[in-house]
Design a protein around this ligand. Structure first.
Ligand code: ADP
Ligand code: ZN
Length: 195
């Protein structure tokens, strides 16, 4: 990313579940550390899959992280000298994350945010749409549809839970393409596929 030294910016990595967002975030963070940059990583308190002090991909890649409850708290936890801020599960933050990301970028920090761009019904998942609007760089990741093998852009909920936020992995969700996605909470549960 060839911006002038000292200038910050926002990168967003968005896509469905299992599309490799966390892997891509971790890859970028590791490269920043190889370049001896000071890196801090945050995730929201709601995501307690796997680990409280690491972000972890479905493929078991991991990176240390700090849990924060709100975007405002995240801002207070950024230390002097930090050059890169990574944020996973951006969709579970409040809408203030947009202001916080802008503030950090204006301070000269490279901000990298990974998150789900749609919920399990296919609706845009705030605050990701707003972050996509303000980001300098956007990467859209795709999973593989477990039904047909085409690129998947949707997270199909296969467990019977009504809440918008229900944290789970391949026990509760599977990747589906547009043709195979059924945008209702009452999708059949008889096709649970281990991902
Ligand atoms: P995300 O953060 O987008 O949920 P992760 O980075 O945590 O994705 O995990 C990506 C990994 O998930 C892949 O490298 C692969 O090992 C695994 N995986 C499981 N199911 C699928 C699928 N249907 N399509 C692609 N990758 C999958
Ligand atoms: Zn499909």
């Amino acid at each position: 990313m060839g911006l002038r030294t000292g200038a910050g910016w926002i990168e967003v990595i968005a896509g469905s579940m299992f599309s490799g967002k966390s892997e891509e975030l971790i890859r970028r963070l590791r490269r920043a550390k190889i370049a001896r940059q000071k890196v801090q990583v945050f995730k929201p308190e709601i995501d307690e899959r796997y680990s409280v002090d690491h972000i972890v991909s479905h493929s078991e890649m991991r990176h240390e992280s700090t849990v924060v409850r709100t975007a405002a708290e995240l801002l207070t936890r950024v230390e002097p000298g930090t050059e890169v801020v990574g944020i996973d599960e951006g969709q579970f933050f409040d809408k203030e994350l947009v202001d916080v990301a802008n503030k950090l970028a204006e301070r000269g920090i490279r901000v990298i945010i990974a998150g789900l761009d749609q919920d399990y019904t296919g609706q845009p998942f705030e605050p990701m749409p707003q972050l996509l609007a303000v980001a300098e760089y956007i990467t859209k990741t795709h999973a593989i549809c477990v039904r047909c093998g085409q690129p998947a852009n949707y997270s199909q909920r296969i467990a019977q839970v009504e809440e918008r936020v229900a944290v789970g992995a391949s026990d509760m969700y599977e990747a589906r393409c547009r043709r195979c996605f059924v945008p209702h909470a009452d999708a059949p549960t008889s096709h649970i596929t281990e991902a």
